[in-house]
Design a protein around this ligand. Sequence first.
Ligand code: NAD
Length: 503
Amino acid sequence: MPESCRGNFIANTWTIPDSPDRVATRENPADNDQTVFEFPWAESAVDRAVVSAKDAQPDWDRRGLAGRMDCIERFRAELEERRDDLARAISLEMGKPLWEAKGEAGALVKKIDVMSDEGLDHTAPVSPDGVDGGWRYRPLGVAAVLGPYNFPLHLPNGQIIPALLTGNTVVVKPSEFTPLSMQLYFECLQQAGFPDGVVNLVQGPGPVGARLSSHRDVDAVLFTGSWRTGRIIREATLDQPGKMVALEMGGKNTTIVCGDANLDQAAAAIAESACLTTGQRCSATSRVVVHEDVVDELTDRLVDLFERTTTGDPFDEDNEPLMGPLATRPGFRKFVNVQDDDEDGAVKPVLKGGADDERPGGYFVRPAIWRATDVDRHGAHQGTELFGPEIVIYSAADDQEATRVANATDYGLAMSVFTADEERFDQMSYDLKAGILNLNRSTVGASSRLPFGGVKKSGNFRPAAVLAGLFCTYPVASLRADVAGPDHQPDGGVLSRLRDRDS
Ligand code: NAD
């Protein structure tokens, strides 16, 4: 039996569209014969949600931070209370193992703690010494939050919370692959008792997102998803320069392993980073550039680790598999099909991956390792964000070549370098182009207390996490003076240059 659908949440009321455009169904990625959710959707719901958010925004802003925090603290308590339900919903519809989904559900309250503490420091009023005045950050208005399926709650939550804290109201459109998790999240918001219209939910696929992001009364689009969709949103909002468009997009992330690195440490970090969430993290490692002296040694270690990865039922709490299925049918097909493509000889298989024949009923896959003989930044493996457990290994003669190969991608989200020499890392960091650059750590595992965002096709210089409040606000500068007394004469300053009335 599919979980029951409550529809959209608009002005504090759940409503199923009367005349839906379509009814979407979501299959269980681990057991495709099972439907886990069915939901009717209608583009027209967007307009009602935006009106509701727009009407609610001035009062929400005037409540001030303390007034808003009351609601957010009650919401935090609800999230704690329903943490297990949220985790189960994430596993059910997204397919990540329950142990991992529990981590995501637990991260929601941690994000509230960081954003309502040090996150707010970045949008606190500023009064520079020696200036009669300063600036303060004002909310943008109505923020549309569009989410991806791989972290169906953690990533939208990372934008909803800073938007609300800074005085915006929100309309949230989750991924059409993960509607149930967001329904539960909104049940928590409802329980917290936000004023009507402050938080709104519209369910649906791409066309609903398109209507929302291009809506004239939406002041900010806070998007997390693919470069392809980010580009469409950017194009659709070109004639709305007053709209904040914050794009957190895909990654094709590279780890460099130098000859002086600890190879066991590097191999473990790469395997984890490539296979965690079945390779469906924006920061997953998919390119590995290795000094030629140690490339064979490192490859052997990686093959060993990849072969030993476990795959299984997301709810198997006894065995706790490392990987569940891929989340979506298109993602599964893309990953499987590409395993027959050697980019005209530019890559050679080292460990054959593809569909997991032992688990035919779901989108289960085995991880793959390829070795590049040639750099092709647009190849099916080397250039495309596959969003599955796969790496391509390159060999480099020196740090200059390693840096050049690492940068030979259109994406720029995360990179990492393994070396015993910090100075060497510092030198390479002058040239490596990415928003996240780790030393002796993998490309995954970000801290909410740091900025998170990429360059090139990964982002547009609006990093999320601790800096998210900056893209939810705009600075208003203000100079101030004491009110003048009744005898005030406009003498001095530029007015001393006025012509005398009698002359
Ligand atoms: P997606 O781009 O397909 O979808 C993201 C959201 O956009 C969904 O809600 C979708 O319905 C909506 N959408 C689709 N078409 C739209 C349109 N024309 N206009 C407006 N909205 C539209 O992404 P996905 O497949 O759900 O997620 C995976 C992608 O997200 C990967 O590329 C991954 O790297 C990226 N991602 C990035 C980050 C980051 O922080 N940089 C984090 C997680 C995921």
